[in-house]
Ligand binder design. Structure first.
Ligand code: PLP
Length: 379
């Protein structure tokens, strides 16, 4: 069946309940399942760390919307990342990561995995040749975010997939910023997609979660084994909320993109803004690649403020509709200062972000109200 994105988001993994006809998968708040004799599992369920029907519905839907073989839902994006890396890497292995990766991802490599013998190296993933040159014999994974958090850098997924595969490595793509509606990395050659479903997939700032979607059933099986063995699963309430969000992802993303474009227009002509970082701008160095691999350019916008760090912090303190807060991807607009907030853990490292940077998660409120709020805050 060749169903459209919206149809899959609303129906994949979500057949009406066979007992009641409920059109929404129920929240199976249950830890264990009656067995029909020893080893006689009903529909494969024995214990909710291994599998739970509400989580299965979300996992099947995630696999469908990303075009992958297997989806897995976790307690957070970082739990998904940790499970992936400890499934595919062993001591002595090496991972290439973006030189402006999400601060929490960087911290996972720098403060946790390195102690267990997995080394990492930040590289400019917007430059396919630089990535190829940085690959070592022990490189197991090329880790990509595109667009990146918070500098909105763009990586060529298809180009990096061939670099990874030539080297016998896996290409992992953190698709959190784009969401599966705007970009489907597996179709471009990625081996595994990573999500913080806390963001656009959930979409309502009411649940923390993560996901992995494997391109192959074989990798999916290994990840599922580790998901159960390591145990950082999404609970049924969280899986239900995330799935409810996923159903409306397409319409939300269209409005996020519409509003972001209006915000970019305002910022680009504002005298207090020295640079706007948005892959939809023709002058963005990744614009052509983004136009090739993304449906639209997303709801995240970063910009640099004339007057340096203090001026940037001041803008963050002045907005009213843009709420000062970490995270992104919800229906409500958020503003933050990455250097002091989301990316504080990268201070002093090669991933340190500019001090005059402000990041916006443009929500789906009335665009004119968002523009008025930003104009007022910029002064
Ligand atoms: C791009 C990206 N990846 C991963 C994560 C981690 O996800 P979580 O906060 O759900 O653990 C985040 C969180 O902000 C993120 O922005």
């Amino acid at each position: 069946m060749n169903e459209g994105f919206e149809t899959l988001a609303i129906h994949a993994g979500q057949e009406p309940d066979p007992h009641t006809g409920a059109v929404v998968p129920p929240i199976y708040a249950v830890s264990t399942y009656k067995q029909d004799g020893v080893g006689g599992l009903r529909a494969g369920y024995e214990y909710s760390r291994s599998a739970n029907p509400t989580r299965t519905a979300l996992e099947e839907c995630l696999a469908a919307v990303e075009g992958g073989a297997r989806g897995l839902a976790f307690a957070s994006g970082l739990a998904a990342e940790d499970t992936l890396l400890r499934t595919v890497c062993a001591p002595g292995d090496h991972v290439l990561i973006p030189d402006d990766a999400y601060g929490g991802t960087f911290r996972l490599f720098a403060k946790v995995l390195e102690r267990w013998g997995v080394s990492y190296e930040p590289v400019s993933i917007g430059d396919v040749d630089a990535v190829r040159a940085a690959v070592r014999p022990e490189t197991k994974v090329i880790w990509v975010e595109t667009p990146t958090n918070p500098l909105l850098g763009i990586a060529d997924i298809a180009g990096l997939a061939s670099v990874a595969h030539d080297a016998g490595a896996l290409l992992a793509v953190d698709n959190t910023f784009a969401s599966p509606y705007l970009q489907q990395p597996i179709g471009l050659g990625a081996d595994v997609v990573v999500h913080s479903t806390t963001k656009y997939v959930g979409g309502h700032s009411d649940v923390v979660g993560g996901a992995l979607v494997a391109a192959s059933a074989e990798l999916g099986e290994r990840l599922a084994y580790h998901q159960n063995a390591m145990g950082a699963v999404a609970g049924p309430f969280d899986a239900w909320l995330t799935l409810r969000g996923l159903k409306t992802l397409a319409v939300r993303m269209e409005r996020h993109c519409d509003n972001a474009e209006r915000v970019v227009e305002l910022l680009a002509s504002h005298p207090k803004v020295t640079q706007v970082l948005y892959p939809g701008l023709p002058e963005h160095p990744g614009h052509e690649v983004a136009a090739k691999q993304m449906r639209r350019f997303g709801g995240m916008v970063s910009f640099r403020v004339a007057g340096g760090e203090q001026a940037a912090v001041e803008v963050c303190n002045q907005t009213k509709l843009f709420t000062l807060g970490e995270s992104l991807g919800g229906v409500e607009s958020l503003i933050e200062h990455p250097g002091r907030m989301t990316h504080a853990s990268a201070a002093g490292s090669p991933l340190e972000v500019p001090a005059d940077l402000v990041r916006l998660s443009v929500g789906i409120e009335t665009a004119d109200d968002l523009l008025a709020d930003l104009s007022r805050a910029l002064g």
